[in-house]
Design a protein around this ligand. Structure first.
Ligand code: ZN
Length: 555
């Protein structure tokens, strides 16, 4: 058999323990035909074989981004990015420049704002934002997307300037004048402002916060959303990502992706969950089972349920075992009680569904592990591969429970304060010095036999896996007495390839470069083994191949 495509002259890191390195690789159709010596692969060249020169770069299994939000990320590609902006004058100038470049009177949105963008003692208010832009609705998201700040016009148009009753965990912060201050905590609070965007209720109800868009999207809206998702997938391909685990979802998301697949434009494999929100009940899990039954291919699959049980530390919505150092008497409130979460876990597990839960505080992680234990007790142990997303804080006693129950820790190297773009404050003061050793405890979890997967949580962080891997390998302790959490290259790569494939029950098909596996791979511009991790940010994919097709090629 001849190869359709061969890649030579690269450093192939296969992530296959039986044959960790190779010289060349051959692909036929959507499958890896051979991995080995240059001569072996060259023997497979036929008249129609494309010969790709890796130019000495590393060749890897395609990256599996195991926690991201495709629609939101794609929609934000043309929002204002405030990653490096601090201080009022800089914020004012950045917003003014963006407004000039994007004229109109629709909602203007900024992302990646620091919680201390105006200084440590200066909380952002609508009045600050009104001084920057008053004649157009404007909303600015914190980097974690759990808090937003809106100007007066946005609050007024969204109908929340005078506040509104919300469910647990969300808050429209009110001022002493009886009006909203502009700070909006969690999805329900900023949802009405987000609803002013061209994505309207689709962003609000459908793609981000569970359920299906209501009313159903018109053909024009469907076409619009298809383009948005297409742009998001192109962004993934540019970064060497060949599989994604979307972390919000519904039938609508899957229908959009299915349409792209029919058109031959699905450039990454996608896994999409049923997003279970607090207003739902156990019968809603039938929809999750229906999604799992309808979408189960190697390109597009469902089969898991996503929930949030807490928020984030920076807005004091993460659930802690002990009080916040910054707020005595407060440890956060879970979005689901332990009893309710356990009932959901038991039911979802009994339906054969995988469960992935956002749990940032140690109290939230405990609650989730207790729920998984209840599911095991009720349904018996099975190969469930349930996941905990983020695990930013953990009680030492809970660490061994991951391995005992086969639970996967899905963690985000770019989120560790000081590691990539998130600052040390206010995070470290809010959790308090005593809890620092429990924060982002990658190596304690590994030492206890936990399987870790890494991701960016795009658009919370830059999707670029090379930046994330660099962050994982170069993290510095916050104090001299803290453990070294740095990851080896092999560990960081495994968390983006082999182990991420395991997390979606696909370890026999992808995540390694092996004969007979799916032809998903990335050719990098440099040799990782010969490059200090500090310089990984400058290494870029030169080719991304998914399902045997070149889906990105650097020009
Ligand atoms: Zn997320």
């Amino acid at each position: 058999m001849n190869a359709d495509l061969i890649i030579r002259n690269g450093h192939v890191l296969t992530m296959d323990e039986a044959q960790p390195v190779a010289e060349a690789i051959a692909i036929a159709g959507n499958t890896i035909l051979a991995v080995g010596r240059d001569a072996e692969v060259r023997a497979l060249i036929g008249s129609k074989t494309r010969d790709i020169d890796a130019a000495g770069g590393t060749v890897l299994p395609g990256f599996i981004e195991s926690h991201m939000h495709l629609f939101t990320g794609a929609a934000e590609l043309d929002h204002l990015n405030l990653e490096d902006v601090s201080g009022f004058p800089a914020l004012r100038d950045a917003v003014a420049a963006h407004a000039a470049a994007h004229p109109g009177d629709g909602l203007m949105v900024a992302e990646q704002a620091n919680y201390i963008i105006l200084g440590e003692r200066q909380p952002v208010t609508r009045q600050h934002l009104d001084r920057i832009v008053a004649d157009r609705p404007f909303m600015m998201f914190a980097y974690d997307h759990h808090t937003a700040w809106a100007n007066s016009l946005a609050l007024e148009q969204a109908g929340i300037l005078k506040g509104r009753e919300l469910g647990p965990g969300s808050e429209i912060v009110m001022g002493s004048d009886g009006l909203a201050t502009g700070e909006l905590r969690e999805f329900e609070a900023f949802g009405p402002v987000r609803g002013l965007s061209p994505y309207g209720s689709r962003a609000r109800l459908g793609l981000m916060t569970g359920g299906e868009p209501e009313p159903p999207p018109t053909p024009t809206e469907f076409a619009h959303d298809l383009k948005v998702i297409g742009r998001g997938l192109a962004h993934c391909a540019r970064h060497g990502i060949t599989s994604i685990h979307n972390m919000d979802g519904n039938f609508y998301t899957l229908e959009l992706l299915e349409e792209l697949e029919h058109r031959g434009e699905l450039t990454a494999r996608a896994r999409v969950p049923f997003h279970f929100v607090t207003t739902m009940g156990l019968p809603d899990l039938e929809t999750a089972s229906a999604m799992a039954a309808r979408y189960r291919s190697e390109k597009l699959a469902s089969g898991f349920v996503k929930l949030f049980v807490d928020g984030v530390v920076e807005s004091s919505t993460a659930v802690l075992m002990e009080d916040y150092a910054s707020r005595p008497g407060w440890r956060g409130e879970p979005l689901f009680t332990a009893e309710r979460f356990a009932a959901i876990a038991i039911e979802a597990d009994a339906c054969g569904l995988q469960i992935a839960v956002h749990a940032i505080g140690d109290g939230a992680v405990r609650l989730v592990l207790d729920g998984y234990a209840a599911a095991r007790a009720a349904n018996g142990a099975r190969d469930s591969r349930h996941r905990v997303e983020h695990v930013e804080l953990i009680q030492p006693g809970d660490i061994p429970r991951f391995r005992e129950m086969g639970v996967i820790a899905s963690m985000q190297p770019p989120h560790a304060p000081g590691c990539q773009s998130f600052p040390l404050e206010p995070y470290l003061s809010m959790i308090g010095r005593e809890r620092w050793p429990q924060a982002f405890a990658w190596n304690e979890l590994r030492a206890a036999g936990t399987r870790l997967v890494f991701a960016s949580d795009w658009p919370v962080s830059d999707i670029n896996p090379m930046r994330s891997i660099k962050s994982a390998m170069t993290r510095k302790p916050w104090a001299p007495d803290l453990a070294d959490q740095r990851q080896t290259l092999e560990q960081a790569l495994a968390a983006y390839t082999r182990d991420a494939a395991f997390a979606e029950f696909m370890e026999h098909r992808k995540g390694q470069l092996r004969q007979g596996f799916l032809a998903d791979l990335v050719v990098l511009s440099g040799d990782l083994a010969a490059t200090p991790p500090e310089d990984f940010g400058s290494i870029r994919p030169s080719f991304t191949i998914c399902d045997g097709r070149v889906v990105f090629e650097a020009s």
